[in-house]
Design a protein around this ligand. Sequence first.
Ligand code: SAM
Length: 453
Amino acid sequence: MKSEQLSIFPEEFVDIESNGNGNVVDSNEYFRTKLERKYADRLYENLKIGSLVSYQGNKNLPLLRLYRYKEAFSYQFVRDFFNEFNISKKDYVFDPFCGMGTTLFTSCINGISSIGTDKLPTGVFIAQTLPQLLTLEPGSILKAYEEAKRRLPDAQEAEIAEDVRIMKIAFSPENLSALRKWKTVISESPQPFKDVLGLLYLSVIEHCSYTSKDGQFLRYLPQKEIFTPVELLDKKVVEAEQDLLSLQKLGWNKFPSYPDVFQGDTRDLSDIPFKREPTFILTSPPYANRYDYTRSYSLELCFNFVNNFDELKKLRFGILRSHIESKEEEGDSSPHEALTEILENLYRKHQIQKLNNDRIPIMLLAYFVDMHKVIKEWYRICARDSVVAMVVDNVRFEGEHVPVDLILSDLAEREGFDVEKIIVARYKGNSSQQMGKYGRFPVRESITVWRKK
Ligand SMILES: C[S@@+](CC[C@H](N)C(=O)[O-])C[C@H]1O[C@@H](n2cnc3c(N)ncnc32)[C@H](O)[C@@H]1O
C-alpha cells in the first residue's frame, strides 16, 4: 500500500489487528451488533410517517409549496410531532438545521415561539421570508411584481458570482441576462416585497437553467427544456396570490408568532441570542451521504448570496462535514467504538482492493466528530426535560453499514440525554452498485427521540 493512501485513515487505525485497547478485533460487526441489541427495545416502526419526512407532503400546501427545498420535511410531520409531544404556546421551539424553516413555519402559524439557525444563507432567507407572506393582503404581490416588471427594460444587469464554473454553462445568454435584470428590479422593490419577490425569484432559477437537482448532484443537462424567467415568475406570482386567498379562507394568519432565524453554525451556538432555553428541538441534519448543499444550491447562492468562487468555497468548507470534500481537522478522532470498527473494516477492505472513493472514511470520521459537538451544544443550551427529535438516515458504504441513528443516540446518552425511542420511518434500498457487490440491505431512516434529564 502506498503511503499517501494511509493518510486517509487516522493514525490509530494503522494497527489493524487492534481495536485501540490492545485487544484483537475478533468480530468486524461486534460493536454495531452490540448497539442494535442495546436499543432493540427502543426501536419502533412507524412506516406511515415515511412519506411525511420528505418535502412531498408540502407540494399542495399554501406558501410552503412556493419553494421546493428538496431536503425539507413536511408540515404534517412537524404538526404530528407537536401533537405527540403536546407542544403548546408555552414552548420555545428550536430548529438548529432549519433549512427552509418547516419547523419554524409550523410553530409560527400555531402561535408558538421559535428560533432557527442554518449555516447557508439560502435556507435562512427562505425561513425568514415565508412567514412574512402571512402579513400580506391578497393582490399586493401581483401589484409589486407588475411594478418591478415595468422597470425591467431599463434595468442594469446585477452583479453575480460569474467566476463559478457552473454559472458559465448553466444558462442561455438571454436567460442569464434576464435573470440579472430581474435581480436588479427586485432588489429595488420596497420591503417586504423585495424579500417576497426575491423568494419567488430564487424558486425559478433552476427551471431557467440547463441543470437539475438530481439525487446528490446538480446535474448539467444541456438538452433540458428551459423556460424564461418571466414565464416562470408570472406563474409563481399567481400561485403566491392563490395562497394568500387560501390563507385568508383558512384563517391561518390569525395569531402567528414570527420566528427568529439566524445564519449560524449549530456546532457552536454561543452567539445565538436565545430568548430562553429551548424546550423542543425538531430538526434534521445533513445526512452522512456525500450530499453537498453548496453544490446543489450553487446557482441560488451565486445569484443572491455569494460574490465569487472564494466565498462559495468558504461556505462549502464551513458547513457540517457530511460531504466528500470535507477536510479532516487536527485532533479529529473517532468518538464511538462502532465508528472505529467501521473505519477499521474500511481500512482492511482498502488494503485488499482500493475503495471506490477513498475520501469516505474521512467524511464519516468528520461527520461524527461534528455531530458529537452538535449534541454537546444542544445539551448545553436546552431546558431540562426538553425533547430533541431528529430525522436521520443510516448509510452503507462498501458493504459497511453505518447505523447513524444508533451511534448518535449512544453519543447523546453519554452526554446526558435519555434515549426514549428511535422511530423507523422508512427503509431505503442501498445503491444498485452496492447491491450488486454486497447484496440487498435496507437501511433505516429514523427519528431519534432524546430527552434532557
Ligand atoms: C436536511 S436539511 C434541513 C431541512 C429542514 N428540516 C427543512 O424542513 O427545510 C439540513 C440543513 O442543515 C444545514 N447545515 C449544514 N451545516 C450546518 C451547520 N454547521 N449548522 C447549521 N446548519 C447547517 C444545511 O444548509 C441544510 O439546510
